[in-house]
Design a binder for this molecule. Structure first.
Ligand code: FAD
Length: 485
């Protein structure tokens, strides 16, 4: 039913009732995660933010590996990796809190960790447990040894951006990549553009059709090892904002991936894309909120600590500006938290508590990681079982609403980040104080939040579909399996 008149309480305050029902499950570990993220941000991120922005601005290939390595001790690469795979086992609710903290210090450095989590999303939302015990465990184990393994996600192509993030637009998209079926797997060819972490990630979740004449129905998600023959980075962009995180163009020339590298079922790429967006957009909303907060905090500190600022702080119009910034940040935060709670407790709810999952967890890890088990989990029958389980656990209407709530938080948060960072710049004016350069950086950083994970226009179209029109999108793997070859 459309969210118009007589809205039930569950729709007015989606996160409130759900979290009350979930009790301690949401709160467990939340404060520790928050404290760890804040300590990492204040100790290793904030002090390096301006310098790394400058270095990456003059050389887009500059990458702050030393900051990523420092993040390993705080487990920044495994916040969302399930405990059964050796990770921290945080819900999305934990992930978004981490993103806000890191972004208040530096959105560019934060996005390295955000793009990494985005790369892992398809494995998480499809309950791809073979890969949890394979790649995700490898990432978590390497993190404990002090070795960073980064991920990225590649959907966008040179001629296809907004249209490959939406079911309806997909049918008209100009997709030029393709995966060709060969014995034992696929050969992937084509170009992917603007891929965050694309030049530094070891593993990339890549989307392409198995039949270029029918991309919508054969869109498929693959897990690609960037050391594979035929893979190369053709360009790293000169970025305006969030420069610490490189955006790369990737060239794939007949890159072989085995059958096991298919995430979900062949042809399930669009539901996986949409579920990934429902999961990642609260993260972008948190990135935007953190960016706005960073601008507000820097402005306030400057007003309180300098004589020029002190004079301004006595003016009512400056007090009003600060109050409005505070309001906007507070409300943007509630929106992303609501979206994360709905996603965690409703749209993705239940996956980890399935009896089969409990049974699987009883199997010793060494057996789970052995080849026969991995092969078994990638058989068509096992993929079909996982898809049918997801379908039973999450109805398409609930998932469509969750995507819309995530999109609403993302679009609003991004606009707040732009408004607050611009307003802060206007207040400091033409001061010579370094705060001006810091605020300029945050304004540049904020802009990207209106563009990636779908532009704000696309996000608002999804709010219309999911909340105004009450549509049902094909967001959980369908029963009518299209069985792309
Ligand atoms: C720095 C950076 C990092 C990125 N990181 C990643 C990444 O890690 N992985 C990845 O896959 N992609 C990534 N992207 C790509 C990003 O998701 C796309 O840029 C975005 O989806 C927009 O696509 P586009 O650039 O092709 O713009 P277009 O789709 O060409 O859109 C141009 C304009 O037209 C509007 N528009 C288009 N279609 C419609 C419509 N139907 N209705 C209304 N308005 C419309 C858009 O809102 C936009 O304002 C990144 C982009 C950037 C800039």
């Amino acid at each position: 039913m459309p969210d118009t008149a007589q809205i039930p309480l569950t729709q007015s305050f989606p996160g409130l009732l759900l979290s009350a029902r979930a009790g301690r499950r949401v709160l467990d570990g939340l404060e520790q995660t928050h404290a760890r993220a804040r300590e990492f941000a204040e100790t290793h991120v904030r002090p390096r933010a301006m310098e790394i922005d400058r270095l990456a601005g003059s050389d887009p290939n500059h990458f702050p590996w030393e900051v990523v390595r420092a993040g390993l001790a705080y487990r920044m690469l495994s916040v969302l990796i399930p405990r059964q795979a050796g990770g921290v086992g945080g819900l999305l609710t934990h992930g978004v809190i981490v993103m806000e903290e890191l972004c208040a210090a530096c959105p560019g450095i934060a996005n390295i960790f955000g793009a990494h989590a985005l790369g892992a999303c398809p494995l998480l939302v499809t309950g791809s447990i073979g890969h949890w015990d394979g790649l995700l465990r490898e990432i978590a184990d390497a993190e404990l040894r002090g070795e960073p393994i980064l991920m990225a996600l590649a959907i966008t192509e040179p001629e296809a951006g907004t249209d490959v993030e939406d079911t309806c637009l997909m049918r008209r998209a100009r997709i030029t990549s393709a995966a060709r079926r060969v014995p034992g797997g696929y050969r992937l060819s084509g170009a992917k553009r603007f891929i965050s972490n694309g030049s530094v990630a070891r593993w990339i979740t890549v989307f392409m059709p198995t039949d270029p004449r029918d991309p919508a129905d054969t869109w498929t998600c693959f897990l690609l090892d960037s050391r594979s023959e035929g893979f190369s980075v053709s360009r790293v962009e000169h970025k305006m904002g969030q420069r610490a995180c490189p955006a790369a163009e990737l060239a794939l020339d007949e890159v072989f991936v085995p059958d096991e590298a298919v995430i979900g079922r062949p042809g399930d790429g669009m539901p996986i894309t949409l579920m990934t967006m429902a999961t990642s957009r609260p993260g972008v909303a948190a990135i935007a909120t953190g960016t706005a907060r960073g601008a507000y905090e820097r402005l306030l500190a400057w007003l309180q600590s300098t004589s020029d600022g002190g004079r301004l702080l006595e003016r009512q119009h400056v007090q009003l500006a600060l109050a409005e910034m505070h309001e906007e940040i507070h409300l943007a935060r509630q929106a992303y938290m609501d979206a994360a709670l709905v996603l965690d407790l409703e749209a993705l709810g239940g996956t980890l508590r399935h009896p089969m999952m409990r049974l699987y967890n009883r199997i010793p890890v060494s057996w789970r990681r052995a080849r026969p088990m991995r092969s078994l989990l990638s058989t068509p029958a096992a993929r079909e079982a996982a898809a049918s389980f997801l379908r039973r656990k999450t109805d398409a209407r609930t998932a469509t609403r969750s995507l819309a709530i995530s999109s609403m938080a993302k679009a609003r948060g991004a606009d707040v980040a732009m408004r607050v960072s611009r307003r802060a710049l206007e207040v400091v004016g033409l001061t010579d104080d370094p705060v001006r350069a810091e605020l300029q950086k945050l304004w540049r950083d904020a802009k990207l939040t209106q563009i990636y994970e779908g532009t704000n226009q696309l996000n608002r179209l999804e709010v219309h579909r999911g909340l105004c029109a009450g549509d049902v999108m094909e967001i959980v793997p369908s029963a009518r399996h299209r069985g792309a070859a």
